[in-house]
Design a protein around this ligand. Structure first.
Ligand SMILES: NC(=O)c1ccc[n+]([C@@H]2O[C@H](COP(=O)([O-])OP(=O)(O)OC[C@H]3O[C@@H](n4cnc5c(N)ncnc54)[C@H](O)[C@@H]3O)[C@@H](O)[C@H]2O)c1
Length: 273
């Protein structure tokens, strides 16, 4: 079940903020890279900070898996094109693409400055576009492939108190990007789906959010995020990684153009009357 032996996975943002090799709280890309490798995939992990991807590589290799890394800015077309070529030359193809790079910035339609808007669109949408643009032709050669885009419930559930308009807009935009890609390449055997994480306890919470929205009170922030979840507990990067694993696997062979929401019923609770 969910055997990825013989497959190659290209995972973007395969490191995690905070590069402590002993960290136990990981980002979604790092957990995904490690889980796909555990299931037998050869992983090509790219990250803006190669040193972060190298931490992931060391974990995979220590467990007996296979991983290579590259320092890549996923918003830069020539960087992405070279990394895809390097992966193909090293591992012979690409079967799984995980477009995981993304992140939020605060601001409303009025308070967000134009530069932040442009950066957010590049960070959350262009990265998935470029990954797909260069990987799909490789998948077409084998008439098979699975693309998984990582969105966020921020595209489904918004707060007037804390707007991050570009993040919400781009993450919901990924739903349409996924559907359009799934339909266009279905006859070529390529599937495309979105994983939609909710409130997750990832490295981001520990290293960035505690400072930006948590007033340097990490435990207070964790408690507040836990309290918002129907189960009383945030999810974590492994929950995201397991949804990605299913969509990457042959068992999901007829699943395409859709979303898996990994939020412990948080959006369901938000929409109840
Ligand atoms: N953490 C959460 O609670 C949460 C919730 C919902 C959705 N998400 C989504 O999950 C994805 C991963 O988030 P995370 O918090 O686990 O990641 P993260 O913030 O830990 O980042 C993962 C890696 O991405 C790399 N990166 C950043 N910009 C890059 C670029 N331009 N090119 C290549 N690499 C780049 C970083 O160096 C980092 O190592 C994002 O798309 C995010 O929006 C996260």
């Amino acid at each position: 079940m969910l055997d990825l032996n013989g497959k190659v996975a290209f995972v973007t943002g395969a490191g995690s903020v905070g590069d402590d090799p002993d960290a136990t709280v990981w980002g979604n890309g790092k957990a995904t890279a490690v889980l796909l490798a555990r299931q037998g995939a050869k992983v090509f992990g790219v990250d803006l900070r190669k040193e972060a991807a190298d931490v992931t590589q060391a974990i995979i290799e220590k467990e007996g898996g296979i991983c290579a890394t590259a320092g890549v800015d996923m918003t830069n077309a020539s960087n992405v094109e070279s990394a895809v070529a390097e992966c193909v030359s090293k591992f012979g193809g690409i079967d799984i693409l995980v477009n995981n790079v993304g992140g939020s910035a605060p601001g409303s339609a009025v308070t967000m400055c134009e530069e932040v808007w442009d950066t957010q669109v590049a960070h959350n949408l262009k990265t998935a576009f470029l990954g797909s643009k260069y990987v799909i032709p490789i998948m077409e050669q084998k008439s098979k492939g699975s693309i998984i885009n990582i969105a966020s419930i921020a595209g489904l559930r918004m707060s007037a108190d804390r707007a991050h308009i570009a993040y919400s807009t781009t993450k919901l935009g990924l739903f349409a990007f996924t559907k359009s890609t799934a339909i266009t390449f279905a006859k070529q055997g390529i599937r495309c789906n979105t994983v939609v994480p909710g409130l997750m306890h990832t490295a981001l919470v520990e290293h960035r959010l505690a400072k930006t929205i948590g007033a340097n009170d990490l435990q207070g922030l964790i408690d507040r995020r836990n309290a918002q979840c129907p189960s009383g507990k945030m999810g974590n990067a492994w929950d995201v990684a397991h949804a990605v694993l299913f969509l990457a696997s042959d068992e999901a062979g007829y699943v395409s153009g859709t979303e898996i929401i990994v939020d412990g019923a948080l959006t369901a609770a938000s929409s109840s009357v």
